[in-house]
Design a protein around this ligand. Structure first.
Ligand code: ADP
Ligand code: MG
Length: 633
C-alpha cells in the first residue's frame, strides 16, 4: 500500500545539470555504476557507524552488502544496498537538489565554454554523483527506507524537470536504485548493462576495493557443460591502503581516489605510507590535479577520512591535516584508536597529533620531490594549490622553512616561469643581502610600478607577489635561509654604490627647502617628502615605512570589517626628473605659490596612480590636471 505520488520540480540548478546528463556530454558512461556503488558503500559505512553509536537504533547490520540485479527482459539495472537509507525529507534534499557548493560557478563556466572537451573536464572536476545515472537511463526510480523508520519513500524521475515522491508502507531497509536503461539503438555507444560480464568488468575496474561485498548473479558453466546461475561476490574487497605498495596497480589507486574524492580526474600524486612502531597506521593520500571550485570558500571540507582497524569512522577529519592542506584527499587507518573516538577526543589525542605531524611533513616532502623529479607536475600543483599552501606560512611556524622551500613566485627574472627562493638566492648580486619583493593585485600593475625602476636598471631581481595571501605572510615571515624579505615599496633603499664624492649630500642640500615646503603642504596625505634613489624615469612614488601596513593589506582589512587607522606613507621624488628639479628652481626663485602647491598635489596623485593605487579625491585631481592641460594649448 502506498500514498498518492506527489510531483515536485527540480531546483533550477539541478535541472540544468540533469539536462547535461540526459544529453550525455560525458563520454565515459560506465562511470555511472561507480557513482551508485560509491553511494551504496557510503550508506553501509554510515549504518555501521550509526548502529555503533546508537544501540537503540532498530537496524539490521547482519549482512551488509550491495546487490546488483539485471533484468534483461525489462531492460533495468538495480543497485541495492541495505545501508542507512534516506528519510523522505532526505530524499528531497539530497536527490532533488544539488547542494554542492560551486554548482552555480560550474554552470556559469559551462555556459562560457563552447569546447566539448573543456566542458567534460569541468563536469569531471565537479563530479555528478547520483545524476550520472541519467547518462544511461531515461527513467530512474529509487526506493529507500531509512534505518529506524517504518515507512519508505519512492522517488521517480525521467530527469526532465520533475520528479515524484511517494510514501511506501513496505520497503526493505536501505536503498535500491533502478535504472530503466536507454534503448540500445538510441545510443550505439552504450554497452549492454544487463549483461553480468559487462557489469563484473566495470566493477572490477572501478570498484574492486570497496570494502563491502558487491554481489551479482552470474552464469557459470561446470565441467559437464551445464550452465548454472548463482550469486557471487564480484569485488575483492581488499582495502587498498592495507596492501603493500608494490602490489597495487596505478589504475587501482586512481579509481580509489575517484571513489573517495568524488572527483572524476586522475590524482596528480599518490602518497602511500605505512607507519609501524609506537603508533601504527596506514595512510593513502592523494594530491588532486585540479583544485575544487570551493577551495577558498568557508565551507570547504577537508578531504581525509579516518578509519580505525578498517572500520570507517569519519569523513572530513580536520585533526589529521591542517587547513592549508585541505585539498589533500585520502584515508588514514589507525590501529590503536578506539572505535568510538569522537572529534572531541581526537583534538586531545597525542597519537593523532603525532600522525598529523608526520603526514604534514610527508605531504610537503612529496611536493619537494616533485619539484626536482617532475617540474611540470610541480608547476601544475603550485598553480592549483600554491595559494592555499602559502596560508601555512601564517599558521604553521614549525614547517615554515619547508613551505618556503617548496613555494615558487613570479619574478622580474622570467616572464613565464615562476622561481623558487633557492633559485632567487643563487642569482643574487654580490653584496645583496635581501630578497626583494613587491606586492600588488596583478603582475602588470606591480611590474610597471615606479618602485621597481632602479631595480630594473641595475638588473636586480624582484619577486612579484600578487596573491592576496602574499600581503599577509610577508608581514610575518622575516627571512629565508638567512636572507631578509624586503619590500621595495617600503623603507629606504640604497642601490647606489659608495657615495664617494659626497654627491648625495650635496643633492640633499639643494632640495632641502623645496622638500620641507612640500612636506607641510601635503601633510594631510603623507608623512614626509624626500629624495628617492629607487626611481629613474618616473617623477615620484609613494613608499611605506618598514613596519607600516601596505595599502593593499590596509584595504583588505577594511573589507573584512576591521577598523584600521589610515596609514600615511612617504612621497619620494626623483631629483633627476625635470618636473622635480623644475619645482625646486621655481621655489628657490619665487617662493611658494598656489600653482606650485597644485603641482605638488599632482605629483602625489600621479605617484599613487602609477602604482595602481587610489586617489583620495579623484575629481579634484582631474580638474587640476584638466586646467593645466588647457593652458598648454
Ligand atoms: P555525493 O555522493 O558526492 O554526496 P551523490 O549525488 O552521489 O553525491 O549523492 C547525494 C547524496 O544522496 C549522498 O551524499 C547521500 O547522502 C545520498 N545518497 C545517495 N545514494 C544513497 C544511498 N544508496 N543510500 C543512502 N543515501 C544515499
Ligand atoms: Mg556519490
Amino acid at each position: 500500500m502506498s500514498t498518492q505520488a506527489e510531483t515536485f520540480e527540480f531546483q533550477a540548478e539541478s535541472r540544468k545539470l540533469l539536462q547535461l546528463m540526459v544529453h550525455a556530454i560525458y563520454s565515459n558512461k560506465d562511470t555511472f555504476l561507480r557513482e551508485l556503488v560509491s553511494n551504496a558503500s557510503d550508506a553501509l559505512d554510515k549504518v555501521r557507524l550509526e548502529s555503533f553509536r546508537d544501540k537503540d537504533l532498530e537496524v539490521d547490520t547482519s549482512d551488509p552488502h550491495i546487490l546488483i540485479e539485471a533484468d534483461r527482459e525489462h531492460r533495468t539495472l538495480t543497485v541495492r544496498d541495505n545501508g542507512i537509507g534516506m528519510s523522505r525529507d532526505e530524499v528531497q534534499d539530497l536527490i532533488g537538489t544539488i547542494a554542492k557548493s560551486g554548482t552555480a560557478e560550474l554552470l556559469q563556466q559551462l555556459k562560457d565554454t563552447q569546447d566539448g572537451a573543456a566542458a567534460q573536464e569541468l563536469i569531471g572536476q565537479f563530479g555528478l554523483g547520483f545524476y550520472a545515472s541519467f547518462m544511461v537511463a531515461d527513467r530512474v526510480t529509487l526506493l529507500t527506507r531509512r534505518a529506524g523508520e517504518s515507512t519508505g519513500t519512492r522517488w521517480d524521475s525521467t530527469g526532465e524537470g520533475t520528479y515524484t515522491l511517494e510514501t511506501v508502507e513496505e520497503a526493505p531497509q536501505g536503498t535500491a536504485v533502478t535504472l530503466h536503461l536507454k534503448a540500445e539503438d538510441q545510443e550505439d555507444s552504450l554497452l549492454d548493462y544487463t549483461d553480468s560480464t559487462t557489469i563484473t568488468n566495470i566493477i572490477k575496474r572501478y570498484s574492486d576495493f570497496i570494502s563491502w561485498p558487491i554481489r551479482m548473479e552470474v552464469k557459470r558453466t561446470d565441467s559437464e557443460g551445464e550452465t548454472t546461475r548463482q550469486i557471487e561476490t564480484i569485488n575483492s574487497m581488499k582495502a587498498l591502503w592495507a596492501r603493500p605498495k608494490e602490489e597495487v596497480a596505478e589504475e587501482e589507486y586512481r579509481e580509489f581516489y575517484k571513489h573517495i574524492s568524488h572527483d572524476w580526474n586522475d590524482p596528480l600524486e599518490t602518497i602511500h605510507l605505512r607507519a609501524e612502531g609506537t603508533i601504527e597506521y596506514q595512510a593513502l593520500l592523494f594530491i588532486p590535479s585540479v583544485a575544487p571550485f570551493d577551495l577558498f570558500t568557508r565551507d570547504h571540507k577537508r578531504g581525509v577520512q579516518l578509519y580505525v582497524k578498517r572500520v570507517f569512522i569519519m569523513d572530513d577529519c580536520e585533526e589529521l591535516l591542517p587547513e592549508y592542506l585541505r585539498f589533500v584527499k585520502g584515508v588514514v587507518d589507525a590501529q590503536d584508536l578506539s572505535l568510538n573516538v569522537s572529534r572531541e577526543i581526537l583534538q586531545q589525542d597525542r597519537q593523532i597529533q603525532m600522525m598529523r605531524k608526520r603526514l604534514v611533513k610527508k605531504v610537503l616532502a612529496t611536493v619537494k620531490d616533485m619539484m626536482s623529479q617532475d617540474p611540470d607536475s610541480y608547476a601544475k600543483f603550485w598553480d592549483q594549490f600554491g595559494q592555499a599552501v602559502k596560508e601555512g606560512l601564517l599558521n604553521d611556524v614549525d614547517n615554515r622553512e619547508q613551505i618556503l622551500e617548496i613555494a615558487s613566485f613570479e619574478s622580474t627574472h622570467d616572464a613565464e616561469n615562476k622561481t623558487t627562493l633557492r633559485e632567487y638566492i643563487e642569482r643574487m648580486k654580490e653584496g645583496q643581502d635581501s630578497i626583494y619583493y613587491i606586492t600588488g593585485s596583478s603582475r602588470s600593475k606591480v611590474e610597471n610600478s615606479p618602485h621597481i625602476e632602479a631595480f630594473r636598471d641595475k638588473g636586480m631581481e624582484v619577486l612579484l607577489l600578487t596573491d592576496p595571501v602574499d600581503e599577509m605572510w610577508v608581514e610575518s615571515v622575516p627571512e629565508f635561509d638567512g636572507k631578509r624579505f624586503q619590500s621595495i615599496a617600503k623603507g629606504q633603499v640604497d642601490l647606489d654604490e659608495q657615495d664617494e664624492d659626497g654627491k648625495d649630500s650635496e643633492r640633499q642640500q639643494e632640495f632641502a627647502d623645496v622638500l620641507s615646503w612640500m612636506s607641510t603642504k601635503l601633510a594631510e596625505d603623507v608623512k614626509e617628502v624626500r629624495l628617492s634613489s629607487r626611481l629613474s624615469t618616473s617623477p615620484a612614488c609613494v613608499v611605506g615605512d618598514n613596519d607600516d601596513m601596505g595599502p593593499t593589506l590596509e584595504k583588505m582589512y577594511r573589507a573584512m570589517g576591521h577598523e584600521v587607522p589610515p596609514v600615511k606613507r612617504i612621497l619620494e621624488v626623483n631629483p633627476d626628473h625635470p618636473l622635480v628639479s623644475g619645482m625646486r628652481d621655481s621655489y628657490d626663485k619665487n617662493g611658494e605659490s598656489q600653482e606650485l602647491k597644485e603641482t605638488a598635489e599632482l605629483v602625489h596623485g600621479m605617484a599613487l596612480l602609477a602604482e595602481g593605487g587610489e586617489l583620495r579625491e579623484p575629481a579634484q585631481f582631474t580638474s587640476l590636471l584638466a586646467n593645466r592641460l588647457a593652458r598648454t594649448l
